[in-house]
Design a protein around this ligand. Structure first.
Ligand code: ADP
Ligand code: MN
Ligand code: MN
Ligand code: MN
Length: 344
């Protein structure tokens, strides 16, 4: 009988930053014919992931999305929700609770640092490299350091093979910092892909002795000094069907009024330690302010350059979510706020 390798992936119960966990199950079957419905519910020991007490430790894994895994033969990645033995969602299962709508589309820009020996990849053993400037979209060893290019290229290919809508990559402003972009329709589809793309990148780096630092401000520094280093965001681009097809200033104003009204609820799920990053510097707005602007990278929400010219039509970029935020909660909150706005 042919064998299929299934790598179940889930989020653990650590706060404020859940980590990815995974384990492999081998089943009998034909990989060419496997569908999500044919992937069994599985389980794990929740007492080892901060998801259960030792006495009642079995947590169920409910498969919710299936992706081919190009790194192994006859293999798939199985994005999973965690359930209690009763079948109810585990309290840490953010996916189960969020609003969804397939007509609301998301594009996440995931920034992150390659991290090695306690510092960004390419930092010298002592002190700091040359100040920021040449690293963003940089080319050459002195700008991108060792191995990073190979890793981001391999990551693109793994995502494409998995059927994940990766839309691009670029070297970012700080040394050792990079970005990839993932697009999806609906909060769950988009965020499932984001988590699996994060998983693939993290796993890809293991044999190189490199970790991914997802935290939003891992290198602190004073403004304008050579020690001044950008933080990492997860800019969240979004569009509703109405915004894409009809648009208009009236709808846009209503949307932004709703966002202004729910600032606290948005910031609450836009990632831990965000006050370190949303300072008003480094192309960010302060965490306690909300504004929007055309082409303005210092605004909370940016309208792309042609948005107004096109009749307030297209998509918007919420620049506040950070690199460590849970994309389920970010996209779910955006849909919830959008749902308070009428198009009439
Ligand atoms: P920048 O770095 O200039 O902010 P990027 O090119 O990195 O922009 O990212 C733009 C993002 O916008 C991409 O992730 C893309 O998927 C997303 N996007 C484009 N059109 C839409 C749309 N209609 N709805 C939602 N997201 C969109
Ligand atoms: Mn970008
Ligand atoms: Mn960026
Ligand atoms: Mn952006």
């Amino acid at each position: 009988m042919a064998k299929i390798k299934l790598e179940y992936i889930w989020l653990d119960g650590y706060t404020p930053l859940a980590s990815l966990r995974s384990k492999t199950k081998i089943i009998d079957g034909d990989a060419a014919k496997l569908k999500l419905e044919g992937v069994p519910v599985w389980g794990f020991d929740g007492s080892s992931t901060q998801q259960a007490e030792g006495k009642s430790s079995d947590i169920l894994l409910k498969p919710v999305a299936l992706y081919p895994d190009a790194t192994r033969k006859s293999a798939f990645l199985v994005m999973s929700e965690t359930l209690l033995h009763t079948g109810a969602p585990h309290p840490s299962n953010s996916r189960a609770t969020i609003a969804d709508d397939p007509d609301t589309w998301f594009g996440f820009e995931q920034e992150y640092f390659f991290w090695q020996n306690g510092a960004p990849l390419g930092f010298p053993k002592e002190g700091f490299p040359a100040p920021q400037g040449p690293y963003y979209t940089g080319v050459g060893y002195r700008n991108v350091g060792p191995i990073a290019r190979q890793l981001v290229e391999e990551h693109i290919d793994l995502c494409i093979a998995a059927g994940i809508n990766i839309e691009g990559i670029n070297a970012e402003v700080a040394k050792g910092q990079w970005e990839f972009q993932i697009f999806g329709k609906g909060s769950k589809t988009a965020a499932d892909q984001m988590w699996v793309a994060r998983y693939l990148m993290t796993r890809l780096c293991e044999p190189h002795g490199i970790d991914i630092e997802w935290r939003c401000k891992p290198v602190l520094g004073a403004f304008n000094a050579p020690l001044d280093w950008n933080g990492s965001g997860m800019h969240t681009n979004f569009s509703t069907k109405y915004l894409r097809e009809v648009g208009g200033k009236e709808y846009f104003d209503k949307l932004m009024a709703a966002f202004a009204k729910h600032v606290d609820e948005h910031i609450a799920v836009y990632g831990p330690e965000n006050h370190l990053r949303l300072t008003g510097l480094h192309e960010t707005q302060s965490i306690d302010k909300f504004n929007y602007g055309l082409s303005d990278r210092g605004a909370s929400v940016r309208m792309p350059v042609n948005f107004v010219k096109d009749g307030y039509k297209g998509y918007l970029e919420d620049r506040r979510p950070n690199s460590a935020a849970d994309p389920y909660l970010v996209a779910g909150r955006i849909i919830k706020t959008i749902q308070t706005v009428t198009t009439k």
